[in-house]
Ligand binder design. Structure first.
Ligand code: 5GP
Ligand code: MN
Length: 346
């Protein structure tokens, strides 16, 4: 069994904002009736899985729940149990008792899901981004958690909220993807203990892993081939980057979700400390995605300089400018940082 007490202690050690107690959050979930469960734009497995898991627990409590994400359910995660619950937000806004932002560092990252909530008596913010300033009325941010889904698991289990196989599968998918299949540094004994509890509900790890990691459309590999053509290394191979133009994306017919995880190919190269992926967007901005292999190089801090945020080892930003301009500015910043750490090797 997991010790909820030790978990709470750890959280108090690491929290950067004052967290509410799970008891208070669970009280609100039990007492109120109308809920919006929201997640960040360009969602990943953690955002979508956490949204569905919490929404299913609320539904089992008999609550009225809307599950909205600006991008709707992504094709590649549409196998998640009860995936159909998650939709794009409607154009006509609605009123709620409680709106819950999951895995969302700043409220603006909710995109069009934010204005779709015309009013909410209470805003709850549950997240694991170190850059989360603690938005909302009731906050639970734990930057030591490798996935928001870990927090949702503890909330559900410690407060005796409804839990079933569908919820477990969503949580497992969220944790598996946000830990890079249980590999990233924040993966802990606790993460494996949670995974074990989820698996004990009867979920099929092999099937779920195949759906998550062996079911990509061929165009994703074609995209990788094009990205590798643009690959470059700087600072004696310690900085690696590649980029995607709108033109190439259109020619290949790729969806935004297709590039999730491709940056890991750069980070996986021996000697690379920072990997950067640049994606030209239609709105005159460039999406910057950054990964680091070491806490000494905090890519969240670098991305915050460009108006973004995230985690120490995985962060991003949307930067106004043309692709070459943004590449130059961002890579200059990264290279200056790496240069100042002359002896750093990974
Ligand atoms: P990714 O590179 O996978 O898109 O994002 C890595 C991490 O950084 C994720 O946790 C994501 O939420 C965060 N992130 C990505 N882009 C942005 C951004 O534009 N603003 C903020 N605040 N966080 C971002
Ligand atoms: Mn996450």
């Amino acid at each position: 069994m997991l010790s909820v007490e030790s978990w709470t202690l750890d959280v108090e050690d690491c929290a950067i904002v004052t967290n509410s107690k799970f008891e208070e959050i669970a009280g609100i979930l039990r007492e109120r009736q109308r809920f919006a469960v929201l997640g960040h734009v360009r969602p990943d497995g953690d955002a979508l899985g956490s949204q569905l898991a919490l929404a299913l627990s609320l539904q089992a409590l008999g609550k009225e729940v809307r599950v909205w994400n600006e991008d709707g359910m992504l094709e590649k995660y549409s196998f998640l149990p009860r995936a159909e619950l998650l939709t794009k937000p409607p154009s006509a806004p609605e009123d709620f008792d409680v709106a819950i932002a999951l895995d969302t560092a700043i409220q603006n990252r909710l995109g069009t899901a934010l204005p779709a909530v015309r009013s909410s008596k209470i805003w709850i913010n549950i997240d694991h981004h170190v850059s989360n300033p603690g938005h909302g009325d009731v906050v639970y941010v734990d930057s030591s958690a490798p996935a928001t889904a870990e927090i949702i698991f503890h909330l559900i289990k410690s407060e005796g909220l409804p839990f079933n196989r569908d919820i477990a599968e969503n949580l497992y998918a969220a944790i598996s993807t946000d830990t890079g299949s249980f590999q990233y540094p924040k993966t802990s004994a606790r993460t494996f203990e949670i995974a074990a509890e989820l698996i004990r509900t009867g979920l099929d790890v092999g099937r779920l892993s195949q759906q998550l990691y062996e079911n990509y459309p061929r165009r994703r590999l074609e995209l990788l081939r094009e990205l590798l053509r643009t690959m470059r290394f700087q600072q004696e191979g310690r900085v690696a980057s590649f980029s995607l133009t709108l033109k190439t994306a259109a020619e290949l017919g790729v969806l935004p979700e297709d590039n999730e995880g491709l940056i890991d190919h750069l980070r996986a190269v021996r000697g690379v400390i920072v990997a950067v992926f640049f994606e030209e967007l239609a709105d005159g901005k460039v999406r910057v995605s950054m990964r680091s292999k070491t806490d000494v190089v905090d890519v969240c801090a670098t991305c915050q300089k460009f108006g973004g945020g995230g985690h120490t080892l995985a962060a991003g930003a949307r930067v106004r400018g043309t692709l070459p301009e943004v590449e130059d500015r961002v890579l200059a910043e990264v290279c200056a940082k790496i240069k100042s750490l002359k002896s750093l090797q990974c």
